[in-house]
Structure formats: structure tokens, C-alpha cells
Ligand binder design. Sequence first.
Ligand code: CDV
Length: 309
Amino acid sequence: MRIVTLAAAQMGAIQRSDSRKQVVARMLDLMDQAKAKGATMIVYPELALTTFFPRWYMEDQAEVDSWFEREMPNADTLPLFERAKSYGMAMNLGYAELTPEGRHFNTAILVDRSGRIVGKYRKTHLPGHSEFDPERAFQHLEKRYFEPGDTGFPVWRMDGGLFGMAICNDRRWPETYRVMGLQGVEMVVLGYNTPSVNSQKADEGPEKRLFHNRLSVQAGAYQNACWVVAVAKSGVEDGFPMIGGSLIVNPDGEIVAEAKTEEDELLVHACDLDDTVFGKSTIFDFKRHRRIEHYSRITDQVGVVLPPE
Ligand code: CDV
């Protein structure tokens, strides 16, 4: 057995006026609860340190940049790193990254139990749009504020296991999991901010959004025989509701823990990385069963090409 006692640290709403310090205090409280329950790894949501700012249309670059972190750790986040290290707890943290070259990414890092940053992932599948869209019920301006990630989907060896990261919209794309599956990933960790209503389809509400969340995560876990943990930032941010539904899914695609609230809420589950072995060596033994001669469209083509009439 190779147990990772995983804490999925769902976070409730963060208002636009909340400071990083206030947010980090909540995150530390979740970390303390995780320690009390024996967790060896904690996973926080996408853009965990601030409100989901891509819902706001901004033209002033200085204002945009105020939502980004120029270094990690920094003065506000150092307490998270110090406490995780003192607890011997690995950590996954999502934040908006502004590089020294002035590039903007939606980023997540993997920190091992000794406090070392072992991996950085930059969100690949950016949803939304780059200009103000009056047709939408509310804005989703990730394409305005972030560049598409340049990391691909690496898998890192950490604390005796094989870990990968994804961020929010990435979870809806089978390629995300498969690229990591092909590197033997045993656990995928991801955070999300998903509005409770589709901004372009008013009758697609929270039930359907939660269904799609489960569907995507469960399929990714099963089809790649790996654990997947998906962690929400949820609740009503300045009048804009987001789903909760954080969940931990085993390599059979079954939900083993799921959040019940839209508040700060901790899920803890002992995940045995050896539970990935059966699926990886039987029905999803890629080496024996994949037929790559039929998959070239997946990398040769972006949009749909219809068959000839
Ligand atoms: N933050 C996100 O990537 N949100 C998207 C919404 C816009 C659909 C998601 O996939 O949940």
C-alpha cells in the first residue's frame, strides 16, 4: 500500500474586497483541520488567493496586475508554505502568476512534504473570451487576462507517487488526463471556479453543472486508472454564484468523498496509489491496447472536419 491521506480543501466565496491575508488565514484553518485528520497532502482550488477576478472587465493593466502574484511564495503566502512544511504536508495551490518577463498565467504548483516546489503547471484550456461580451449574463475573461499555458501536462515524482495537475476547464477535456496517463500518473489534482449558471444558457443551472463536473472527473479517473481530486471555490462572490461539489474519485471512477456545502469544507480520504495498478495493467494497459494509427486527428486537427457530402 502507498497511502496519500488527501485533504480536498474546498473554499467558499472570496469577495472582491477580501485581502490575501484574510484568505490565507482561512486556508491555514483548513490546513489545521487537515492535519488533525492525518492528511499528508492538501489541495486548494484554482486562483485560491482571490475572488474569481476574470468575471470583471478591466482595461487598466495595473488593476489587472493587482490580482497576480509576482513571486511564490511571497509575504502573504509564506505562512502556508511554512505551516505545510512543519506539518510534513504536501500542497497544491492555484494562483494567478505574473512572471518577471511580464507574462500572465493561470497557474498551480505542487509542493512536496519537505516544502520544496517540485512542479508548476499553467492552465492549458482557457475558457471564455477576451473582449466585453454584452450577450452574456456575466463575463468570463480568462482569454483576456491569461496566456494559454506553456507547460503541457507533465507528471512529477513526489513522495513516492506520480502526480499531475490540471486547472478547472482542463478537467472537461479527455486529452488532459490521457497525456498524463501516458506518463503513468497515479493522482491528478485540480481546482476549479465554475459559475452555477451557464452565462450563455440560463436554463443550464447548478444541477447540470454539478453533473458535468462529476462526469468529467469520474471519466478521467476511470479511463486512466488514476485518482482524481477536484476542488471548488464555491459560493456567492459579489452576487455571482459558483458550484461546490468538490470530489475525490478513485481509479475505478467512483466518488469516495463529495462536498455537501458551498462553504470552506474539508474532505479527507486515504488514497492508496497502488489501487491504480489493476486498471493500468488490464483494461487500460495502454501499451497492449492503444491503436495510435487511428488517433492522428487528435493532434493534427483542432476543429471539426466533416466527411465529404
Ligand atoms: N474557471 C473555469 O475554467 N471555469 C469554466 C467555466 C467557465 C465553464 C469551467 O470549465 O468550469
